[in-house]
Design a protein around this ligand. Structure first.
Ligand code: SF4
Length: 266
């Protein structure tokens, strides 16, 4: 992956913040609830997670000690709305086992541990991957880490700032090296990306309404010849022919064909 200009990452943040404002994440009453939610939200929508959390709340299970004591089969029944409930019940239990073994079930103690040690520990828990671990670090423990998700990759790749298949840690490194190590900003940035992904940058994107529609490449404008997405407006080559609608070209195709097919306006 080529290096993304820090300017773009800052600009994306500023535009999203200007449009949506503070998102006040994570939607939870306690830090422990954030951890439970981060594990339950894997491969499901937040609405389903909320139902599972409401069940746990009703059963007075939203505490480390209560989750430690409940048998895994009972737990899986309560979190059924979150989907993959047997797997997720096991994952919650794995986390609880780690939490008591390493930090005696105390969040205060856990939050004082150095970031890298915490991250390694969380990733060693069966069922906790990088996105879940980083969500716990950022939203439950206030550590300055950037959370990457499918929306992050989709948005950056649609603007040709990276390839969608880029590895999680490579994307995270770009953000963390380009932005100040600011927990508050990382918190808002990820939440804003999720909001944009849910509202506008869906599988069929609504670019017309999007505050990012002129950032770097736009998928709205494709080269008339090679169909690749084109750069920002001032770098697009436009065929200004009175007899046909405007046609846009990339630099390479313009060089090859443009001069033969009409007048150029940039
Ligand atoms: S401009 Fe279009 S592709 Fe880019 S983030 Fe917005 S909706 Fe997605």
């Amino acid at each position: 992956m080529s290096k993304i200009s820090p300017r773009y990452l800052r600009k994306i943040y500023e535009r999203l913040f200007a449009k949506y404002g503070p998102q006040s994440w994570w939607p939870a009453k306690t830090r422990f609830e954030v951890i439970v939610g981060a594990i339950l939200t894997q491969n499901t929508s937040w609405t389903n997670v909320e139902k599972a959390i409401a069940n746990l709340h009703k059963a007075h299970l939203l505490s480390p000690a209560a989750l430690k004591n409940i048998p895994v089969d009972n737990l899986s029944q309560l979190i059924k709305p979150a989907g993959y409930f047997n797997v997720k019940a096991r994952r919650l239990k794995n986390f609880i086992e780690f939490f008591f073994k390493e930090y005696n079930g105390q969040l205060e103690r856990m939050s004082k541990a150095p970031l890298q040690k915490l991250r390694r520990g969380l990733l060693s828990v069966n069922g906790i991957g990088p996105e879940t671990a980083d969500s716990i670090l950022l939203y439950a423990l206030d550590k300055p880490v950037f959370v990457v998700d499918a929306y992050t990759k989709r948005i950056l790749s649609r603007h040709r700032l990276m390839d969608e298949a880029t590895d999680y840690h490579a994307v995270q490194k770009e953000f963390m090296q380009s932005l100040p190590q600011d927990t508050r900003m990382f918190n808002e940035y990820h939440a804003l990306i999720v909001r944009l992904g849910k509202e506008l940058c869906k599988s069929k994107p609504w670019c017309d309404l999007c505050p990012l529609n002129d950032i770097h490449y736009s998928i709205d404008y494709k080269c008339f010849c090679c169909r690749k997405p084109l750069p920002r407006p001032h770098e697009r080559y436009v065929l200004n022919n009175a007899l046909s609608p405007k046609r846009y070209f990339c630099k390479e195709c313009w060089k090859k064909k443009g001069s033969r097919i009409g007048k150029l306006k940039i």
